[in-house]
Design a protein around this ligand. Sequence first.
Ligand SMILES: [Zn+2]
Length: 218
Amino acid sequence: MARLCPHCGINSRFDRVFPSGSGKNCNDENGFHYIECCQECKGIVYSIWSVDRDAPMYKAVMSHESTYQKEKEDEEATPIEKFSYPFILMNPPITISDSFEKSFIEGVKCLNVGAPFASVVMFRKCLQIIAEDKGATGGTLKGKLGSLSASGILTSTLESISDVIREVGNDGAHPNKFEPSIDDAKDILDFLPLLINQIYILPEKAEKLRVRRTSSIK
Ligand SMILES: [Zn+2]
């Protein structure tokens, strides 16, 4: 099963380092403890996985000292990742400013310690820094995003994504009815790099390709 590597940020597969193939499972009341190695970057990840203790396959796993692979075959006993270290990728995809980098990293840290309110507020701040960096005008963030749509920097899809980052960020900062959960904050963390990719990384990549192409034609 591929999952996001906290070291290289690639959706990678992992090789088991501990327990090794024939080794005994290491499990306690928290679940099964594994040390794994990312196939892409060889980074080491420690994780704890649990399964539904009442599921029939769980008992079979326990008695046969089976590996994670075997647990996976039973849908009822699908292991759930309860803990993983290092945490998800900490660095922002680009550096806009010192404040942006600090806010992004703080948002991820908040997410990792189970503080979604603070996390979405930090991600909203990142959005505001992006908007201002892209020359947005207007007093409120809503107004700034509107100005970026008007100037064509935000497509309707990106405007909708930005708007939800702004709204959920507001929910984290104010006593609103909607209280952002960890999963909501994780969604925002998915949206933010997507936005950055679309308005910074891809246009720059396209421009570099254009320059290479033009210089080879001459
Ligand atoms: Zn990796």
